[in-house]
Write a protein that binds this ligand. Structure first.
Ligand SMILES: Nc1ncnc2c1ncn2[C@@H]1O[C@H](COP(=O)(O)OP(=O)(O)OP(=O)(O)O)[C@@H](O)[C@H]1O
Length: 228
């Protein structure tokens, strides 16, 4: 469902180019759960941003559910992202002025889903992330683990084909992280969604079906990844 070929990416740095991704290729099968690991600064978040259509590679091609991202122009690219991708971040990234319910509903509002259908899915997802009575709360009234469960509901409510999670347990203690991780893997699994999780945690990586390792801008798979 995702095929990335020969991706290159560089950031401008003091008048020079700082190359972060060098000839990175990968493919993800529909419904697969994959962990992306590697040392700090190796380019994991950068790769996630390219795969999610938030940023554009200098060269190379990304095909997602049959569409080549670089051939999409605004506003099609934004619409494609809203329909097919869900993001989960280490810092939760909830909107502090919106309630839990409003945060979860954002993707459906942006897609123009009918109000009755929004409410039906909201009830389902509040229950799915074990926060059935917290819809009217604001993010700062929730614990970190609860906020990340809201972020999971927001990332999955529009049934995206691809879920990208950048260190989803990085801000949580081990016990809370394990609960959040269980929810993320089981909900994405039930919906047969493809899940790519960036992590520094061996426990998280071992939950995935496959591990990819970023090292010095290159992506290692299979046997090479086993050494991680
Ligand atoms: N906006 C930016 N401008 C310039 N350089 C950047 C920018 N964002 C990231 N970088 C650099 O690109 C490299 C890769 O960063 P990236 O965030 O992708 O790494 P990472 O593997 O996700 O790291 P971590 O595990 O610490 O989150 C780093 O050297 C970083 O300093």
């Amino acid at each position: 469902m995702l095929q990335a070929s020969h991706l290159h990416y560089a950031y401008p740095e003091a008048g020079r180019e700082h190359t972060v991704l060098r000839d990175v290729s990968l493919s993800l099968q529909a419904g697969e759960h994959v962990a992306l690991v590697g040392s700090s600064g190796s380019g994991k978040s950068t790769l996630l941003n390219l795969l999610g259509g938030i940023d554009t590679p200098a060269s190379g091609e990304i095909q997602l559910t049959g569409k080549v991202l670089s051939r999409l122009r605004e506003p099609e690219l934004t619409l494609f992202r809203r329909q097919h991708i869900g993001f989960i971040y280490q810092q939760f990234n909830l909107i502090p002025t919106l309630t839990v319910a409003e945060n979860i509903l954002l993707p459906l509002m942006l897609l123009g889903v009918a109000a009755a259908e929004q409410q039906r899915r909201l009830h389902h997802w509040l229950a799915a992330v074990q926060l059935p009575t917290r819809g009217a709360a604001f993010p700062d009234q929730l614990s970190g683990g609860e906020q990340q469960r809201v972020a999971i509901a927001r990332a999955l409510i529009h049934q995206p084909a691809l879920v990208l999670a950048d260190e989803p347990t990085g801000n949580l203690d081990a016990k809370t992280g394990a609960l959040v991780l269980d929810l993320l893997f089981s909900l994405a699994g039930a919906a047969q969604q493809t899940l790519l999780v960036v992590t520094h945690s061996r426990t998280v990586a071992e939950r995935a079906g496959r591990i990819l390792v970023m090292h010095d801008g290159h992506l290692h798979t299979g046997e090479q990844a086993m050494a991680w």
